[in-house]
Write a protein that binds this ligand. Structure first.
Ligand SMILES: [Ca+2]
Ligand SMILES: [Ca+2]
Length: 485
């Protein structure tokens, strides 16, 4: 009898407050994490047992791509559900609300607020500094700590750019000094709180973004000599000159410098160690979720904002339209998600927002440009019409279909790679015979709207002047003879 009364009471209260039926959401972002994740098979040595166990619990999108190979534009696109080409946000500054298109747009965190969620973020979810403090509370109810990277007394590595972030090594000794540890601590304390509303908890990890620092323990997981990524010495001979302009004068060192300075092994190993440390924090979080008793009612989404080169195509860093920059981990797991599924359809980070609107029954949001992943979460081999599109400044786009990658640069030059035959994208087929139809099919997906950068755009801004056939990078003319290679 008591049971029936309790059931009737809970039905009654659920009827009063539909928010009670909504899943909690753990929204985990990783910074500059390429496909070097165990379950993605991007690197033979990498150890990520915790992200791998999360993937087993849910659906891994093994062919997921970012909309921009850079922090701020990628995060802006994901958090506002619009392509960089539709907002003009391409650089590290300014933030999303500086785009006239996004001034009044509903962000993902606002969509959760409007639908009765207790919204919290900690660590790096929005790009640092891109939301000014006076606007913070209208974006998200609680802003937890976003600790910066620890600084060693002096740099371990001196790269040509002498940029403080371009550093890697064994540091700090104590894992609890790491920002990602502190962020996890805060998130765990939030999970322990008694809930009166459904919870949205965004946790933004900083590693493996440079500086790649981890304690000795994480380096010890790897052999003395780790496997270096596959590179082809003359790989850039068949890529257009314009491909260099996208990453013209980056602080990230070139492969030639890494080799000359005997830093290729140390960088690769430090990136791997940083990944394993970050993965251990995902593990702490998942354990705390289990211990909180909320696991059954929680949906987990894990993503990275873009990839990272570690020597491929002669560069390190991002800012390219190749697989190494665009392919990212994307996992949905937990309440309502098919376990142990892998989806190979091309999907976009832009799809996360409309998927969460559906999965969490949020109020409808107008103007989202992605497509819900729900059909693929129910059946990972369901058909999918759309390719994944990545843009880096006006006029430069990559179209990733299930089999091919097509790239078109602002000066009209092109690349085409067949991923069935050439997973490293070594052989540019764009000028070879027999691919005219494939090229046409992919060109049809190029964005129809391709806005210029918004006013005051800065850091990684490349502008092509079609009349004079000249390019400027960070406001300075690109001079081909100054190419560092
Ligand atoms: Ca990033
Ligand atoms: Ca090549």
């Amino acid at each position: 009898m008591l049971y029936y009364i309790a059931t009737l009471f809970s039905l009654f209260t659920l009827g009063q407050d539909p928010a009670q039926n909504k899943p909690n959401v753990l929204f985990i972002s990783i910074d500059d994490q390429n496909d070097w994740i165990g379950c993605m098979k991007g690197h033979p040595d990498v150890k990520t047992p915790n992200i791998d166990r999360l993937a087993k619990k849910g659906t891994l999108f093994a062919n997921a791509h970012c909309q921009s190979p850079l922090c701020n534009p990628s995060r802006t696109s994901l958090l506002f559900g619009k392509r960089p080409t539709s907002t003009g946000v391409y650089g590290l500054m300014p933030g999303p609300r500086s785009s006239p298109i996004l001034v009044k747009a509903t962000s993902l965190t606002q969509a959760f607020m409007k639908s009765g969620y207790d919204t919290n973020i900690c660590g790096k979810i929005y790009h640092d500094g891109s939301i000014v403090p006076k606007n913070q509370l209208s974006e998200c109810a609680t802003w937890g700590p976003a600790p910066g990277m620890p600084k060693p007394a002096k740099p371990f590595v001196q790269t040509p750019a002498k940029h403080p972030a371009m550093d890697w090594g064994i540091f700090p000794n104590d894992d609890s000094k790491q920002p990602d540890w502190k962020t996890t601590d805060w998130a765990i304390s939030k999970l322990k709180e008694k809930q009166t509303q459904p919870l949205f908890l965004g946790i933004g990890y900083r590693l493996p973004h440079v500086p790649c620092f981890a304690s000795q323990k994480w380096f010890d997981l790897y052999p003395k000599e780790v496997t270096l990524p596959p590179v082809k010495d003359d790989d850039r001979n068949d890529t257009p000159e314009f491909s260099w302009y996208l990453h013209w004068k980056l602080p990230e060192p070139r492969l030639s410098w890494l080799k000359k300075s005997n830093q290729w092994q140390p960088l690769v190993k430090s990136y791997l160690a940083s990944i394993s440390f970050m993965d251990s924090q995902v593990g702490r979080l998942l354990d705390a979720l289990e211990a909180s008793g909320k696991a059954e009612s929680t949906l987990i989404v894990l993503w990275s904002d873009h990839g990272w080169h570690l020597g491929e195509k002669g560069i390190t860093g991002k800012n390219s339209l190749w697989e190494r920059s665009t392919r990212v981990p994307l996992i949905f797991a937990g309440k309502g998600i098919t376990p142990n599924a892998v989806c190979n359809r091309p999907v976009e980070l832009l799809d996360i927002y409309p998927t969460l609107v559906e999965l969490c029954s949020l109020q409808k949001v107008k103007g989202l440009e992605g497509h819900s992943l729900l059909p693929l979460l129910q059946n990972s081999s369901a058909p999918r019409t759309w390719p994944a599109i990545t843009s880096h400044n006006t006029g430069n786009h990559s179209i990733r279909s299930e089999r091919y990658r097509f790239i078109k640069y602002a000066d009209g030059t092109e690349e085409l790679y067949d991923h069935c035959e050439d997973p490293n994208e070594w052989r540019n087929l764009a000028k070879e015979k027999g691919f005219e139809k494939v090229l046409e099919e992919h060109r049809a997906w190029l964005p129809k709207v391709d806005l210029p950068p918004i006013p005051n755009s800065a850091h990684r801004i490349l502008i092509w002047d079609a009349k004079t056939k000249t390019a400027t990078w960070e406001g300075k003319p690109v001079i081909a003879s100054e190419k560092e290679d």
